[in-house]
Design a protein around this ligand. Structure first.
Ligand SMILES: [Zn+2]
Length: 141
């Protein structure tokens, strides 16, 4: 078992499907974060066999609900004083801003700098989202 320095305060994104950890890391732009971040790949998991996890020191302002689009089974724990004080339940958000960008090159969000990306839920079962501005479907690669 790999030991990681315990976290005093921050966020742990746990039970990430193996291989998805790096994607989420990039998506949340954690490589540019100015706090300590640990990405652990292929940790042992009783539930999944293997899992990825991400530990973020400090509570940062992230739209974590949007991660449910990538992986609905991951869990998010808020840590204070080295204990889990809160678990964030993931549900597909009705709408969300900014975390994903619209892939339509002609979309206004790609030509105007100050317009945030916005997506609305169209179909919960299919996890289908549409861009608020151009009706292009959300593509998560
Ligand atoms: Zn668009």
């Amino acid at each position: 078992m790999l030991r990681i320095t315990s976290l005093k305060k921050g966020i742990v994104i746990d039970h990430i499907k193996p291989g998805m950890g790096y994607k989420i890391f990039k998506l949340l732009e954690l490589d540019e974060a100015d706090c300590r971040v640990a990405l652990i790949i292929n940790a042992d998991s009783e539930k999944l066999g293997r899992k990825d996890l991400i530990k973020i020191e400090n509570e940062i302002d992230l739209d974590l609900q949007a991660l449910s689009i990538l992986d609905e089974n991951l869990t998010i724990n808020i840590i204070e004083d080295e204990k889990i004080t809160r678990k964030i339940e993931l549900n597909l958000p009705e709408e969300f801003e900014d975390i994903f960008s619209c892939k339509n090159p002609r979309c206004i969000t790609n030509s105007e700098r100050n317009i945030p990306n916005k997506f609305k839920l169209l179909d919960e079962k299919k996890k289908l989202y549409k861009c608020e501005y151009c009706d292009h479907f959300l593509e998560v690669e």
